[in-house]
Ligand binder design. Structure first.
Ligand SMILES: *Cc1c(COP(=O)(O)O)cnc(C)c1O
Length: 426
C-alpha cells in the first residue's frame, strides 16, 4: 500500500497531508536542533547511570517496608546526578505531579511562613494545595500565608512588585516553568535563573521551588542548574519517558529532600522506607528514553504551532519561538472547535481511538475540562494528548507523542476534523 493510501485509511485526506508535509519541510532545521538537545541529554542520562553502576540488581524491586531497596536508592542518585543536586526522591508513592509539589511545599513551610509566587497564578490543582480555593488540609489551613505577584502585560517579571512582596516571613518562592492552562509564555531556564538570582539577592536564605512539569529535557539545563533548591515533576510526563506507570520526583538540596521524605512517609522514617514494588525497570528505562521522547513531543508541538498559525489561529508559543516545555496552546475560539480538535487527537490514538471526548468536571480543576488521550498509561500526558478547560479563550493545550509519526498523525487528524466541521479552511 502506498503511503498516501495508508494515511487515507486512517482518515487523512490528500489535502491535509499535502498541507502538513509542506509545513514540515520548513521545519527541518529546527528539528535538527532538537535532535542535538536530545543527544546532549541522552549522554547526561547514560553517564549518570554508568557512574552509579546501574545493574540488573536494580530492577528487582522490594515489597513491604522496602528496606535496602538498591533499585530505588540508585535511581534517586541517578536523578540527583542528572539534575546536579545533592539528593532526589523518585518514587511510586508520589501519586502525581500535584502530590510531588504539595509534598515539597508542605515539607518546607511551617505555620507563620509565607509562600510567594512571583509568576502569577499557579497551576489549577495547586490552588487547593495552597488554599487559594478553600480546601481541607490546604497550606492556608496550617497557617501558611500566600502572596502572588502577577507578570507584567508583556509576560516579563514585575521586579518592583517582587521586591515589595519579599519580606521577613517569605520562606519559599514557587516558580512554575510551564504555562499551565494560561496563555502566558513558558520560562526558559535562563530566565528562571535570573529570577532566582534576583530573589536570593534580596533574601539569601529564601528557598526556591520550581514546578518543572513538562520542562524536563527540553533544554540542556534544568532549573536545578540555576539555583533552584527543589525541582519537581511528574513521572507520567517527560522524565518517565512514557514507560513509568506512576510516580513523581523532587531533586534538590539534601536538607530540603530530607524534609520531603519525612513529609512523604513519616517523621523519622525518610529515605530508607518505601518499597519500589515492580516499577523499577520502567522508571529506569523510561528515564533513559525520555530525552528522545521529549524531542518527539517537541517536534509535534512545533508542527502543530506552524500548521495552526498558518491557518490563522493564535498559537503560544508561535512557530518560530524557542521551546522550554512540550506544551502547545492553540486558541480555537469555541467549544465546538475544541471538541473537533480533540476528536482528531483521539482518532489517532493506538488505544481507545473509537471513543469521543467530552468536557467533564475533573477533581482539582474549577471548570469542566475536555481531554483527548488514548494512553497506554492512564492520564499520561507525555503520550499524545490534548486538554483544556471550557472557558475563554477556548484554548486547547496539546502535548506529548512518544513517537513523532504518531504526533504527526494526531495533528493531521485534528486538522481534518476542524476542516470537516467548518472551523478551518486550508
Ligand atoms: C501537570 C502539571 C502539574 C501537576 O499535575 P498532575 O496532574 O497532578 O500530575 C503541575 N503543574 C504543572 C505546570 C503541570 O503541567
Amino acid at each position: 500500500m502506498e503511503y498516501t493510501d495508508l494515511y487515507n485509511e486512517l482518515g487523512v485526506s490528500p489535502a491535509v497531508l499535502g498541507y502538513s508535509n509542506a509545513v514540515l519541510e520548513e521545519l527541518a532545521p529546527r528539528f535538527a536542533e532538537l535532535d542535538e538537545v536530545a543527544e546532549y541529554n541522552q549522554l547526561k542520562v547514560i553517564r549518570a547511570m554508568q557512574k552509579n553502576k546501574v545493574s540488573a540488581a536494580c530492577f528487582a524491586g522490594t515489597t513491604g517496608y522496602g528496606h535496602d531497596d538498591i533499585g530505588r536508592d540508585t535511581l534517586e542518585q541517578v536523578y540527583a546526578d542528572v539534575f546536579h543536586t545533592e539528593a532526589a526522591v523518585v518514587r511510586p508513592q508520589i501519586t502525581c505531579g500535584t502530590h510531588a509539589l504539595a509534598t515539597a511545599l508542605s515539607a518546607n513551610l511551617l505555620p507563620g511562613d509565607e509562600l510567594l509566587s512571583p509568576v502569577g497564578k499557579p497551576y489549577d490543582t495547586l490552588e487547593e494545595v495552597i488554599g487559594i480555593r478553600e480546601s481541607l488540609c490546604s497550606l492556608q489551613e496550617y497557617g501558611v500565608t500566600y502572596r502572588q505577584v502577577n507578570l507584567l502585560e508583556d509576560g516579563s517579571f514585575d521586579y518592583d512588585g517582587i521586591r515589595e512582596a519579599i519580606h521577613d516571613k517569605t520562606k519559599l518562592i514557587t516558580i512554575q516553568r510551564s504555562k499551565g492552562y494560561q496563555m502566558r509564555p513558558t520560562f526558559s531556564v535562563a530566565r528562571i535563573g535570573e529570577l532566582i538570582a534576583f530573589c536570593k539577592n534580596l533574601k539569601p536564605d529564601v528557598l526556591v521551588m520550581v514546578d518543572n512539569c513538562y520542562g524536563e529535557f527540553t533544554e540542556r539545563l534544568e532549573p536545578s542548574d540555576v539555583g533552584a533548591d527543589m525541582t519537581v515533576g511528574s513521572l507520567i510526563k517527560n522524565p518517565g519517558g512514557g514507560l513509568a506507570p506512576i510516580g513523581g520526583y523532587i531533586a534538590g538540596t539534601q536538607h530540603c529532600i530530607d524534609r520531603c521524605l519525612y513529609r512523604l512517609s513519616a517523621p523519622g522514617l525518610g529515605q530508607d522506607i518505601g518499597a519500589s514494588l515492580t516499577v523499577n525497570t520502567a522508571l529506569y528505562q523510561g528515564f533513559f528514553l525520555s530525552p528522545t521522547v521529549v524531542a518527539s513531543a517537541l517536534k509535534g508541538a512545533i508542527f502543530a504551532a506552524r500548521a495552526y498559525e498558518k491557518a490563522g489561529f493564535h498559537v503560544v508559543p508561535d512557530g518560530t519561538e524557542s521551546r522550554h516545555d512540550i506544551i502547545q496552546s492553540i486558541e480555537l475560539g469555541s467549544e465546538g472547535a475544541m471538541r473537533a480538535f480533540c476528536e482528531g487527537i483521539q482518532a489517532a490514538a493506538p488505544v481507545d481511538s473509537f471513543v469521543t471526548p467530552v468536557p467533564t468536571d475533573t477533581p482539582g480543576y474549577g471548570d469542566p475540562v475536555i481531554m483527548a488521550a488514548g494512553d497506554f498509561i492512564q492520564g499520561s500526558s507525555i503520550e499524545l494528548s490534548a486538554d483544556g478547560p471550557m472557558r475563554e479563550p477556548y484554548a486547547i493545550y496539546f502535548q506529548g507523542g512518544l513517537t513523532f509519526p504518531h504526533a504527526k498523525l494526531g495533528i493531521m487528524l485534528s486538522l481534518q476534523k476542524m476542516v470537516e466541521k467548518g472551523y478551518l479552511t486550508l
